[in-house]
Design a protein around this ligand. Structure first.
Ligand code: SAM
Length: 283
């Protein structure tokens, strides 16, 4: 089971990838209008905070700084969980980190403990049929009144408009969609998370969408983020989409596609993708 999960996850965990995740965090917070914690969640009642599939722990680190400005009469506790410790910070300071597969029950000391459980970007780690079980597992971490916030991509939002004008970007969209389908990932992850929250008995479940297409002011940042995401993902994408037979030819194709996509960015192409933020509360 553990091995199969590791094979499913398409990204590396080296220094370059950690740096990419940290930059991506800043970009996504910009895309969300500057909010790492969704504005529908009141910040003054957040004392125990968990970040699931935390990667480098960048969200947790950022939020621990942000909440320093919110008065509290008790110490706050921050915990990051990930299936691999490889990207955990070498100097965690006041933050705690431990290895945990989201598919497995959490240790009892973490159950009913958290006021906020945050998850981001498990799109490349879960099969569609596993999502509801994962939401139910995460709900066990919440105190009554605690919030779950899950930020992830809605791949069905990627459009192939302007195929003739922007053939490289259209081709990349097609590869990413084939890659998603062939890996068994969800094309509509926020919708599945929303259903999972309702089935897990969470209350006030809401979904908020943030589209790259609606933020032209972020154009340069969107291009920079996509450039790095393409470099990290397209090679595996080509292999899993069945469009390359070996890693070397995949890498050659990636370079060509990235150059082509770059020319189209300069000519005005702004690819659309929606990030959904789903928020639910334990009764
Ligand atoms: C794309 S990274 C996102 C990291 C972080 N949430 C962020 O937004 O910067 C996905 C993370 O999920 C972790 N992951 C993959 N499968 C997992 C699983 N079954 N349980 C827990 N974490 C998992 C990976 O190790 C990786 O750190």
């Amino acid at each position: 089971m553990g091995e199969a999960r590791e094979e499913l996850y398409p990204l590396k965990r080296d220094r370059e990838e950690s740096d990419r995740l940290d930059h991506q965090h800043r970009y996504l917070v910009d895309l969300f209008g500057g909010n790492a914690i969704h504005p529908s969640i009141p910040k003054d009642r957040l004392f125990d905070i968990a970040d699931i599939a935390t990667g480098t722990g960048i969200w947790l680190k950022d939020v621990s700084k942000l909440l320093k400005d919110v008065p509290t009469d008790r110490p706050r506790y921050y915990h990051g969980f990930d299936i691999s410790p490889d990207q955990f910070p070498s100097e965690p300071g006041d933050l705690h980190f431990s290895v945990q597969d989201v598919m497995k029950p959490f240790p009892v000391e973490h159950q009913n403990r958290y006021d906020l459980v945050h998850v981001r970007l498990l799109i490349g780690a879960l099969k569609e049929e596993d999502i509801k079980g994962v939401v139910a597992n995460l709900a066990t971490l919440l105190k009554p009144g605690g919030y779950l916030q899950w930020d992830d991509f809605d791949m069905s939002s990627m459009t192939l408009n302007n195929k003739d004008e922007y053939p490289f970007n259209a081709e990349i969209v097609q590869i990413m969609l084939d890659f998603q389908r062939n890996s068994g990932y969800s094309l509509c992850l926020p919708a599945r998370i929303h259903e999972g929250c309702q089935q897990a008995g969470l209350a006030s479940v809401n979904r908020y969408d943030y589209s790259t297409g609606e933020k032209p002011e972020l154009r340069e940042k969107t291009h920079a983020w996509m450039r790095r995401a393409h470099r990290a993902l397209l090679g595996v994408g080509l292999l899993r989409a069945g469009r390359a037979t070996d890693r070397q030819s995949a890498e050659r194709n990636v370079e060509e596609m990235i150059k082509g996509a770059e020319r189209e960015f300069a000519a005005g192409c702004l690819p659309v993708i929606v990030m959904g933020v789903v928020v639910g509360q334990k009764s």
